[in-house]
Design a protein around this ligand. Sequence first.
Ligand SMILES: [Zn+2]
Length: 313
Amino acid sequence: MRKILASVAVNLVRIVSLLLATATTMALSLVLVFLVPLFLQFFYQIPKSWNHNGPIATDPIFWAFWLSISFGPAVLAFLVPPIGNWIQDQGFGVRKPSVRENAVIAQVNEKLTVAAKQNKRRIFQVVYRMMDDDDTNAFAYGSNRIVFTTDMLRKYAAFPNQVDMLAAIAAHELGHHKNLDTFFGTIQNFLFYPLHLAIFILNLLFSWIPVLSQINFLFVAVAQIPLFLSQFLSDFTRQMVEYRADAFAARLLGPKHFADILDDFGKTERWKGGGVLVSMQRSHPPSELRRDRILKEFGHLVSSDRLHAQTVE
Ligand SMILES: [Zn+2]
C-alpha cells in the first residue's frame, strides 16, 4: 500500500512540477519572442509576414515562434538523445573515464550485467562519465549517463570489495533511469534553457538602468514563482524517489552489497539542524534508515552473517 501511495505521489508531483515549469518557461519565453525580432531588425530586413496582422493570439507565426522557443530545446534533446546528453555533459562538467578508471568501470558494468541475467531484470547499456570532484558522489542524468566522482572511485579502490560497492551505487543510479526520474529531470532541465536565456537578456538590458532595474527584478521574481512552487513540491517526494531507486538496486543486485554500501555511507554522514525541514533539505534519506528499509523488504534474500555489519561499529 505504501508503495502504491508513494508511486501516486511521485507521479502526481512530477506532472504538476512539469506543468508549473512549462508555465514559467512559456511566460518568460514571451520576452524572447518579442525581443529577438526587435534585435534582428538591426541586421536583416524582417519579412512583412512577421508583422502581426490582427490580434496576436490568432497569429500562427507568433505561436510557432513562441512554442519553438519554449519547447525547442526539450524536443531536440529527446529527438536526438546524443545531442541532449552531450549538452548535459558540458553542463555538469564531466569527462570520459581514463584507461585505468575504465578498467574498474568495465568490471562494475560486468557485475551489473551478470546480476541482471541472474535476477531476470532488463538493463540497458549505460555510458559512464567521471567528474573531477572531491565530493564522494554519483548521479544519473540524460538518457543513459551515470557519473562517478573521482573521489568515489578512489575511496572504494581501497576496499577489497571495490567492484561490489561501486556496482551497488551504479545499480541505484540505474534505478533512477528505470524509474524515469532522469527522464523527467532531463525534460525540466531543457525547459529551463529558454527561461535562463530570457532572464539573462532581461538583466543585460535593464539591470543597470535605475527604476527599470527594480521593475525587472520584481518581474523576474514573480515570473519564477511557479518554478519555486514546483521545486518545493518535488522536495516533498525526493526521499520517496530515492527509496524507489534503492529498491530497484536491491532487486537487481541483491540486498547484500547495497546494505553494505549504506553501512559505509552512514559512517561519514553529517547533517546539521533538525526537525521536519531536514527531510526536505537533504537529497537522500538517512543511510541508516535506507539500510533498514532494504533489509526489511529484501533481507530474507541474504543471511545476516553475510552482511558487512549487523551491529554499530
Ligand atoms: Zn539517488
